[in-house]
Design a protein around this ligand. Structure first.
Ligand code: GTP
Ligand code: MG
Length: 279
């Protein structure tokens, strides 16, 4: 049996699983869990000290699932407390705040921390990850000084290119919370019934790493030359060649990766702008 397979009392019926929350301090991990378990929202920030633990029961198909939730503190100060809790996990709720770029950029570091704590024999492939892009609706309503800086396609691309689930959530309004937990638990049960392997129907299979990397590169490019991946001062032929390659890769008829349509349009515009100025 795989190291992180859950304990079953009655095969086929009840199931005990462990889930953890991960993500920077103040992104809303505790509030998401509270919204789901207690149907309420607390606007005052009460930092989690080390770890909070809770148990809840959910029904998935004919199975009763006992869920042990370990809600981790995001602050770096609690690293020593957190690192005890990564092992034997079947599900991870990975949260960032859509108004805090740092919290999105930190997601890779969170995965790295978990991987390191699981050690060389730990297997992240056997864990269901759900990414919550949190505070989606509340920003406009209560805090006009903050703007959404990570849009849906960017978050979804990051998540789906890793084979993770992705949801837009608001612990404040409840948006997306029930759907997120329901899909998360069903995926964990599917994983357990599939012998501890992620089902192969993951969205990651529907686009390639090259497509995901190219969309990310286009988003971060500093000018039209950079976007097409040619040197400043390149010839018409070089621009057209680079354009054709990108167009084949990203054409909306061929590419279903989140953000591909915008990336494709940006490439078309970049080519038009460059050709205007090249003799
Ligand atoms: P640590 O325990 O320190 O790691 O933080 P955390 O990720 O658990 O954050 P917590 O859930 O305590 O929420 C942090 C702050 O964000 C609190 O003031 C919450 O009220 C607020 N918050 C959480 N979710 C939302 C949301 O969806 N919308 C808005 N507007 N605020 C939220
Ligand atoms: Mg917390």
């Amino acid at each position: 049996m795989e190291a992180n397979m859950p304990k079953r009392k009655e095969p086929g019926k009840s199931l005990r699983i462990k889930v953890i929350s991960m993500g920077n301090a103040e992104v809303g991990k505790s509030c998401i869990i509270k919204r789901y378990c207690e149907k309420r929202f607390v606007s005052k920030y009460l930092a989690t000290i080390g770890i909070d633990y809770g148990v809840t029961k959910v029904q998935v198909r004919d199975r009763e699932i006992k869920v042990n939730i370990f809600d981790m503190a995001g602050h770096p100060f609690f690293y020593e407390v957190r690192n005890e809790f990564y092992k034997d996990t079947q599900g991870v709720i990975l949260v960032y705040d859509v108004g805090q770029k740092d919290s999105f950029e930190a997601l890779d570091a969170w995965l790295a921390e978990m991987k390191q704590e699981l050690g060389p024999h730990g297997n992240m492939e056997n864990i269901i990850f759900v990414v919550c892009a949190n505070k989606v609706t509340a920003l406009e309503m209560i805090d006009c000084t903050k703007h959404r800086c990570i849009d849906e396609s960017e978050g979804r691309l990051w998540a789906e290119s890793k084979g993770f689930l992705y949801f837009e959530t608001s612990a404040q309004t409840g948006e997306g919370i029930n759907e997120m937990f329901q899909t998360f638990y069903v995926s964990i049960v599917d994983l357990c019934e599939n012998g501890g392997k992620r089902p192969t129907t993951n969205a990651s299979a529907s686009f390639t790493k090259e497509q995901a990397d190219t969309i990310r590169r286009i988003r971060n490019s500093k000018d039209s030359w950079d976007m097409l991946g040619v040197k400043p001062g390149a010839s018409r032929d070089e621009v057209n060649k680079a354009y054709r390659k990108l167009a084949v890769l990203l054409h909306p008829d061929k590419c279903v990766a989140p953000g591909s349509e915008d990336a494709f349009k940006a490439v078309v515009n970049a080519r038009t702008a460059l050709l205007k100025n090249i003799k």
